[in-house]
Design a protein around this ligand. Sequence first.
Ligand code: SUD
Ligand code: ADP
Length: 275
Amino acid sequence: MIVERAPAKINLALHVRHRRPDGYHAIETLFAFARDGDAVSVELAAASSFTITGPFAAALSTLDNLVLAAIEAFASAFGTPGPLAIGLDKNLPVASGIGGGSADAAAVLRALARLTQVSPDDPRLAACAVELGADVPACLLGRAALGTGRGEQLAPLDGLAGTPLLLVNPRVAVSTAAVFARWDGEDRGPIAEGGLLDRALSGRNDLEAPARAIAPVIGDVLAVLGSTGAPLLTRMSGSGATCFALYRDATERAHAAAAIRASHPDWWCLESALA
Ligand SMILES: C[C@@](CO)(OP(=O)(O)O)[C@H](O)COP(=O)(O)OP(=O)(O)OC[C@H]1O[C@@H](n2ccc(N)nc2=O)[C@H](O)[C@@H]1O
Ligand SMILES: Nc1ncnc2c1ncn2[C@@H]1O[C@H](COP(=O)(O)OP(=O)(O)O)[C@@H](O)[C@H]1O
């Protein structure tokens, strides 16, 4: 059995530049990844099956799922590998700005490539990722990068690996399309040059205001994260509603997590680190 991790994606900064003729938005974003996330398992079997386990399994369909779309995309590009038993361990909240579905799709592409001895650098694999969604190429790369275009043009970046990270989601699902549709159309400028933390600190998430208009509780999450301990950076990720904080050390992160779990026991809270 082949197991591939599907780490949570974090947008350390997300600048929306303009709406393109194809309806997508040109963005500039600092992608980073957590050490934790979902996991996908794949093996050849007598008959096809797809099983979802984990804390967020109930939020997903086994009939309409990015995992199945990724298998289809791979089969169109490389031929069908045969009947597959697929498992998805769903640990990340769904529709939450940390790209869980995109991470799962990318993990399926990586797993099928290993199963069929396709090189992970095969350009047809990258083409499958582009077809599956704007965030899937970044998830296939799986390391910090500057993303431009719709997010699929990637330039790897170093600088923050190991930084303690806290992810907090108020358990409100937010539609990415609905948030982009509420963007006010104002280009507030590019991401600055420099080291990754400085670039992130001087950056923004231009989707925060439209996401907060849809889910005002995001403002509460940011306020609580910003006033608990002394984070290096607090921000919303992607189109929300998950927000994150970066810390100097794991003890500060643990204190913040304990305080937030006590004050908001209904929120999802994951202690992790940047990959
Ligand atoms: C906002 C971001 C930031 O990383 O993350 P999430 O909030 O989804 O995690 C991404 O750009 C999301 O990527 P992804 O979730 O793969 O988006 P897709 O499925 O391709 O697109 C969903 C919808 O979002 C809008 N969309 C997405 C990406 C983009 N650059 N411009 C857009 O306008 C489009 O309306 C599209 O129909
Ligand atoms: N394996 C999957 N994991 C998460 N969402 C999925 C999956 N397959 C399909 N979806 C659908 O994709 C949409 C976006 O989900 P997700 O990738 O979690 O959002 P986001 O990128 O905002 O974190 C959801 O509406 C969900 O129903």
